[in-house]
Design a protein around this ligand. Structure first.
Ligand code: UD1
Length: 422
């Protein structure tokens, strides 16, 4: 990770051509955690080359698993797992490392983790993860940022009602429940496609899961899991980012290797903005509008609502619209950090609490800006592609957590974009 790297963009070029979407970070991470269940081997195809995935692989290795990686294929053998503690640095590197907890308590009777890394999106508590695992038979002692977990008589199924459909908590419950004794019922479960993907992987290994992707999910515990190969789903947020970039430049781009159904709440927003799209089985042709229309109200919600992760890239697009668009962010408290940076580029955005009011401007101008978080950083790249003059975007490690060399993807579509070192 080089903190001094920058992406430099000479904006104003129309994107043209074809680009493929890589595998989903948010599905690869819980699946990698799931690979340590029960021992055996997992071969994971389409696993994206991202720093968050590197961190997850490092955790598996620290725990004693054997991991090999060739391109986008990762092979994990967890027979040799011995360790029951994830070192603090690794927990802090990636908040989603908490998703290892559910898998670890299934495998070991004592597990120790520190609280996951603070995050740029405001407080991200783990209370739902903890209370759910307690229902499945995990004893949790919290002291000074350390979680000491123990399982005395093995995990057992339980009825769990989530007060909010947390993605991570639902994943942790699935991971802990697949080998628990008896049936687990998760009510108000997250319904994100990544949940369905994790369930698909676990099912490929012999787990018994019913209705993943619905609000109530049932898991019947099994005694053991076997080895399996599985292909990670396409990243729907990367797809939304590429589509936003094509649209803001008025380009014509085929975005391939995606699943349009996962983008059901995002595509109507592009349509309202005036984009013309051809939607095929696993690709979308995007033709950016001559004039971008405003979109009255975009409210981020749990799936199938508009994804909070697509809020920033789509906001970048609407900064250049011919009117006023309003965003309401209901998932995270502090998810408008990119707004200040977009305003440096000439955008007119006012925020108050959950609401952001985006008044379209005629032009964005190149500026020196900093990626504030993963999706906020991607939004700056989208804006830079359409801005007049040179944009320089720093703090790229945020973007690299979730996009495989974003500059190469856009350069291949004709953008004038490069990465500069120190
Ligand atoms: C996942 C995604 C992230 C996405 C988010 C919402 C991964 C690795 N990350 O994050 O990209 O933005 O879903 O779609 O998959 N909450 C609690 N207590 C808890 C857990 C969550 O209050 O125990 C709150 C959070 O503070 C937040 C909301 O629930 O306000 C959503 O969080 P959650 O759905 O858990 O998101 P993550 O799994 O962290």
């Amino acid at each position: 990770m080089d903190h001094m790297e920058r992406i430099v963009i000479e904006g104003g070029r129309r994107l043209n051509g074809e680009t493929a979407v890589h595998g989903a970070k948010n599905s690869a991470l819980p699946i990698l955690a799931g690979s340590l269940l029960a021992g055996g081997e997992t071969v994971l195809y389409n696993c994206p080359r991202l720093s968050d995935v590197d961190a997850a692989i490092e955790i598996l290795q620290v725990l004693g698993c054997k991991v090999t990686r060739e391109g986008t294929t990762v092979t994990i053998n967890s027979d040799t797992m011995t360790q029951n503690e994830i070192p603090e640095e690794l927990m802090h590197e990636m908040r989603s490392s908490i998703v290892f907890l559910g898998a670890m308590v299934s495998r070991l009777s004592k597990v120790r983790l520190s609280f996951p890394g603070g995050c740029e999106l405001g407080p991200r508590p783990i209370d739902l993860h903890i209370s759910s695992l307690q229902k499945l038979g995990v004893r949790v002692d919290e002291q000074h940022g350390i979680l000491d977990c123990s399982v005395e008589k093995g995990l057992h199924g339980a009825k769990i009602m989530l007060s909010f459909p947390s993605v991570g908590a639902t994943e942790n419950i699935l991971l802990a429940a697949v080998m628990a004794d008896g049936v687990t019922e998760i009510r108000n479960a997250a319904q994100e496609p990544e949940i369905v993907d994790l369930a698909g992987y676990l099912t490929a290994r012999g787990a018994k899961i019913k209705d993943a992707g619905k609000s109530t999910v049932y898991v019947e515990g099994v005694k053991t899991l076997h080895s399996a190969a599985y292909t990670v789903m396409p990243d729907r947020i990367v797809a939304a980012t590429y589509l936003s970039a094509a649209a803001i430049t008025g380009g014509k781009v085929w975005v391939t290797d995606l699943n349009p159904a996962d983008l059901e709440s995002v595509l109507p927003v592009f349509e309202q903005a005036g984009c013309r799209m051809k939607i095929m089985r696993d690709c979308i042709f995007m033709e950016g509008p001559g004039m971008i229309h405003p979109v009255r109200n975009i409210r981020t919600l749990p799936y199938p609502g508009f994804p909070t992760d697509a809020q920033a890239p789509v906001m970048a697009l609407l900064t250049l619209s011919s009117g006023t668009s309003v965003f309401v962010e209901t998932i995270f408290e502090n998810r408008y950090k990119h707004v200040v940076e977009l305003c440096r580029m000439g955008a007119d955005i006012k925020t108050e609490g959950q609401v952001a009011v985006v008044r379209g401007v005629k032009k964005l101008y190149g500026a020196n800006v900093q990626a504030t978080d993963l999706r906020g950083g991607a939004a700056l790249v989208v804006a830079g592609l359409a801005a007049e003059g040179t944009s320089r975007i720093g703090q790229l490690y945020h973007i690299d957590r979730g996009y495989e060399s974003i500059e190469q993807a856009f350069a291949a579509l004709g953008a004038d974009i490069r990465r500069e070192g120190t």
